[in-house]
Design a protein around this ligand. Structure first.
Ligand code: ZN
Length: 236
């Protein structure tokens, strides 16, 4: 890594993006964060972002010294064109195309375009996102090919040399918990358990061993299952 290399991390306040932030803080001298507000049903995820940043800075002083500005971009237009369960008060269900109706078409491509525009203005070369093809929810814009194609398009279209990093692309949820432990030991696992948000329903009443959530929606089930497998593999 060249001296002064900086990164912009897409931080939603969820488990995956928080692990990505820790990953970036471990590698880059300057790390800024970006969140998108597009009329999510539950602003709870966005509220988690500030707490995640504060606890990372307090609990890991070396990372705190590298953690720079936080940015939020208002993408209300995205919510307006995507009438799905994520943006309207409708039941989460699977569509005929096998995608959950929380799917916002091309959402990650739009996020990456905005991230690159911001990174360009901030002088940050690396863009880090939690896209993952392994625990595949069916989102085609999380696929590695989509991200790589986006990197090419952004570099041509902005005459830049951005590097798009997706540290979770080929690992499953158990390995994501393990990566947290590798990066920040038990303290980071605890931080992720307590402060990050995954549940589609925005449930944050009960703290389970895997974190907060309803325990029944697809996102909670994936997270709980990953945590159980992570604990099993740690015990053996
Ligand atoms: Zn849930």
């Amino acid at each position: 890594m060249a001296a002064g290399d900086g990164a912009l991390v897409l931080l939603s306040g969820g488990q995956d993006s928080t692990v990505c932030l820790a990953w970036a803080l471990d590698r880059f001298e300057r790390v800024e964060t970006l969140g998108f507000d597009y009329g999510q049903r539950h602003a709870v995820e966005l509220a988690c972002r500030a707490r995640v940043r504060a606890r990372l800075a307090a609990g890991f002083p070396a990372w705190g010294a590298r953690l720079g500005e936080d940015h939020t971009i208002d993408l209300e237009a995205l919510g307006a064109i995507a009438s799905t369960a994520l943006t309207r008060e409708t039941e989460i269900a699977m569509g005929a195309n096998g995608l959950p109706n929380t799917f916002v078409p091309g959402r990650n491509l739009i996020f990456l375009a905005f991230a690159a525009a911001l990174a360009y203005r901030r002088g940050l070369r690396h863009i880090v996102g939690g896209m993952c093809e392994t625990d595949f929810s069916g989102y085609p814009d999380c696929r590695d090919d989509a991200i790589k194609a986006m990197q090419v398009a952004l570099n041509i279209g902005m005459d830049s040399r951005f590097v798009l990093h997706t540290p979770l692309m080929w690992i499953d949820k158990a390995a994501t918990w393990r990566l947290s432990e590798t990066l920040g030991a038990a303290a980071l696992v605890e931080l992720i358990r307590e402060e990050t948000h995954t549940c589609y329903l925005g449930e944050r009443k009960e703290l389970h061993d895997w974190g907060y959530g309803c325990g029944a929606c697809p996102a909670c089930r994936l997270r709980a299952d990953g945590y159980a497998r992570y604990r099993e593999s740690s015990a053996s």
